[in-house]
Design a protein around this ligand. Structure first.
Ligand SMILES: C[S@@+](CC[C@H](N)C(=O)[O-])C[C@H]1O[C@@H](n2cnc3c(N)ncnc32)[C@H](O)[C@@H]1O
Length: 353
């Protein structure tokens, strides 16, 4: 990262020391001005006793790299306002984009047919590794008016995440983004471990339609040395548990440690038998590895697989395409890719759905 020129700091300081304090994180005056306005509005709203001093402290924290969302205490996610605080991962725009795309596919009947959610069982969605609850909350609030029997469950191992996701339900009900639930609708967050057989068995017997997850997928090397996917601020301020698979998880033969959640989630899909599985991943290399291993999976033959890019509903000319994977057995496999940006998700559905 280039150093900040002294003239820029002097110029910012001339306007206000708070603007200068924000520059190391914001890098240019325009972004610093925007952030200063948002932080000042936040301080005014929270009515702290020593407003001026508090504003200066927050600007200094932000300048040291504390994420803006932890300072403001929230992040927009679709039409929701999602509370954020240290210890729980901040929702990302790419996660919002594929969640919105999934909503669109459901509402237009392109995912599960026009009658989805109107049968006896309704529509049942489980989100593993739910964090702030951003994914289940956005799915629920976007679908609750069109699907009368809608059940959405978010699961996370971390007590802080479960607590925050539950607060987020309350906050978004208060803001009117989540309406009164009908009889036959539920939106729940529960504590559970993807790797605990008992926690998964407790979910068997419900007719799951969609399994979605943004699991930890960063390697220990990237976390320790920072290059590529992860900046300094993420490693310093966001929770490792949310990003890097734990050392204790068993790694099946042929899989890499950073991909271990995909192996487990695909096994869970084999048990819960959802019609659709949507898994966020880190990059093209991870997609290649996961698809390669997945091609060996017992259920792979009966399923149709796609990759989605960061913005799955944007298709500028030439970006939609195909992705060639070499399976461990040496067989070639071509997977369709949709959208624009970097490879972001694996989307799997039962053939004929
Ligand atoms: C990448 S974050 C995703 C959070 C949220 N879904 C989002 O997209 O912003 C991964 C989440 O997985 C949770 N997690 C880590 N290990 C887990 C496990 N074994 N079982 C369930 N959740 C786990 C972490 O607490 C964290 O909240």
């Amino acid at each position: 990262m280039p150093r900040l020129p002294p003239w820029l700091l002097r110029q910012a300081n001339y306007h206000s020391p708070n603007l200068a304090a924000l520059l190391p994180a914001c890098r240019d005056l325009q972004s610093a001005r925007h952030e200063l306005r948002w932080i000042a509005q936040h301080v005014a709203k929270t009515a702290q006793a020593q407003d001026g001093e508090h504003l200066a402290q927050l600007c200094q924290q932000r300048g040291r790299g504390v994420p803006l969302q932890y300072i403001l205490g929230s992040q927009p996610f679709g039409h929701l306002e999602v509370k954020c605080r240290p210890g729980v991962l901040i929702p990302r725009p790419e996660t919002e984009a594929y969640t919105c795309h999934l909503v669109d596919l459901i509402k237009t009947g392109r995912l599960l047919g026009r009658d989805s959610g109107h049968g006896n069982h309704g529509l049942n969605i489980v989100d593993f590794c739910t964090g702030t609850g951003c994914i289940p909350l956005l799915l629920f609030s976007s679908l609750q008016q069109s699907i009368s029997r809608l059940n959405v469950l978010g699961v996370d191992i971390a007590g802080e995440a479960v607590q925050l996701a539950q607060e987020n339900i309350g906050q978004n009900k208060k803001l009117g983004h989540i309406r009164q639930l009908n009889v036959g609708q539920s939106l729940q967050i529960s504590r559970g471990d993807v790797f605990n057989d008992g926690d998964i068995q407790a979910l068997i017997g419900r007719p799951w339609d969609i399994l979605i997850s943004n699991p930890p997928y960063i390697s220990k090397q990237v976390w320790d040395h920072g290059h590529g996917q992860l900046g300094y601020s993420v490693r310093k301020y966001e929770p490792r548990l949310a990003l890097v698979p734990n050392n204790q998880h068993p790694v099946p033969a042929g899989w890499k440690h950073e991909d271990v959640f995909y192996s487990r989630l695909l096994d869970i899909a084999g048990v819960l038998q959802p019609k659709v599985v949507l898994l966020e991943l880190g990059d093209e290399a991870q997609a290649r590895r996961v698809l390669g291993c997945y091609s060996q999976h017992a259920s792979a033959e009966d399923l149709a697989v796609e990759l989605w890019r960061d913005w799955p509903d944007l298709n500028p000319d030439g970006e939609d395409g195909q992705f060639d994977v070499m399976t461990p057995s040496g067989r070639g496999w071509t997977v369709p890719v949709k959208g624009s940006g970097q490879i972001r998700c694996i989307f799997i559905r039962r053939r004929g759905e």
